[in-house]
Design a protein around this ligand. Structure first.
Ligand SMILES: *Cc1c(COP(=O)(O)O)cnc(C)c1O
Length: 357
């Protein structure tokens, strides 16, 4: 296979061992003689994958007994609706830190009263607003911990005076999280923990049942807690791959070890962006994401952008084009991206600078 360095923003690079295990299971799932694509979800072999996957989530993130984790279809975008349906009674506040955060807000506004408590759109979402007042009478504060498109990240678990809900689609399992501080953490698997097709929701069990509206069965988190994510056919294949991805994460030392590697990877790339005269970072330094590193050509060098894309492509760099709303470059350094991948990109940036000087 061609040697490439994958920096795609999502679906993400997955560990090779997870892909190899999946290939085996496509042929013969758990010695059943049946492909994982055709296995019934009502078998004991499948039950053990579900149980293992749930247990790995709990172990790797130290999820306390107060919380349960569920796996569903529909993407993180459908979770925007779940959140409002299950938690919005009177009024909710949203921290508007990017397109995804904004979409979550707009979806809630279709259900009830929701507003942006602070917004960083004035600087094209290149920073995380701070210092705003959180009213005590709101149902919840919704945050997006990592802003995939702009490369900003909330690096701490907020002490929040109201229930805290977080979209962690693109930084889940990249760093330790104090789950006890959140009523709900959700996200799509495809940014860091698996393929597209499954979402995770980590729910504080006693946070449900606060709304008076009728909840359709499928949109009620309680249904999925009660049925352990098996009320209907779960996304079998995506969960299988997610489980293999988490087994790999555990094998390298879990989230704590991963966090050290992620800090190292991001450090190497940000150091080069700050040193290299050809490039500049776009996100506010203190809010820089460990997962999505955004940068552009330095002032006066803009016309070299396409040349650098071609130059990097020739050297095997894949997926470094910035989101169309930001432009420039974005390298996504999700868990399966290695230090060597980042070093290859940095070498490429150095080489380009030497060539152009
Ligand atoms: C990608 C992304 C989403 C949307 O995920 P889908 O599964 O495609 O709906 C939501 N939030 C964040 C932070 C994302 O990065």
């Amino acid at each position: 296979m061609k040697k490439v360095h994958v920096f795609n923003a999502g679906p993400c690079l997955l560990p090779q061992v997870a892909i190899d295990k999946t290939i085996e299971a496509m042929k013969d799932f758990a010695g059943t003689g049946i492909s994982v694509l055709s296995i019934s979800h009502r078998t004991k072999e499948w039950d053990s994958v579900m149980d293992e996957c749930r247990a790995l989530w709990k172990e790797l993130l130290h999820i306390p007994d107060t919380h349960e984790v569920v796996f569903l279809g529909g993407g993180a975008s459908l979770q925007f609706l779940y959140v409002a349906m299950n938690y919005l009674e009177k009024k909710a506040a949203y921290l508007d830190t990017g397109v995804w955060a904004h979409k979550a807000l707009v979806e809630a506004q279709g259900i009830g009263e929701a507003y942006a408590i602070a917004c960083s759109k004035d600087k094209n979402y290149t920073y995380i607003p701070k210092g705003y007042e959180i009213p005590k009478d709101i149902d919840y504060l919704h945050i997006t911990t990592n802003n995939t498109i702009y490369g900003t990240e909330i690096h701490e678990d907020y002490d929040c005076p109201v229930p805290l809900i977080a979209d962690m689609s693109s930084d889940i399992m990249s760093r330790p999280v104090d789950v006890s501080k959140y009523d709900l953490i959700y996200g799509g698997a495809q940014k860091n923990v698996g393929p597209a097709g499954v979402i995770f929701a980590i729910i504080r069990k006693d946070s449900l049942g606060r709304v008076t509206r009728h909840l359709p069965t499928m949109l009620n988190y309680q249904t999925h807690i009660d049925k352990l994510s098996m009320f209907n056919t779960p996304p079998v294949f995506a969960i299988f791959v997610m489980n293999e991805t988490l087994k790999w994460l555990k094998s390298i030392g879990g989230v704590e070890a991963m966090y050290e590697i992620n800090k190292k990877k991001a450090g190497i790339l940000y150091d080069e962006i700050d040193r290299n005269t050809m490039f500049v970072g776009t996100a506010e330094k203190e809010d820089r994401s460990l997962m999505n590193v955004c940068f552009v050509m330095a002032p006066g060098m803009e016309e070299l952008q396409d040349e650098f894309f071609a130059f990097a492509k020739e050297r095997g760099m894949v997926g470094i084009k910035g989101h169309r709303s930001v432009g420039g470059f974005r390298a996504s350094l999700y868990n399966a991206c290695s230090v060597e991948d980042v070093e290859a990109l940095v070498a490429c940036m150095k080489e380009f600078e030497a060539l152009k000087k």
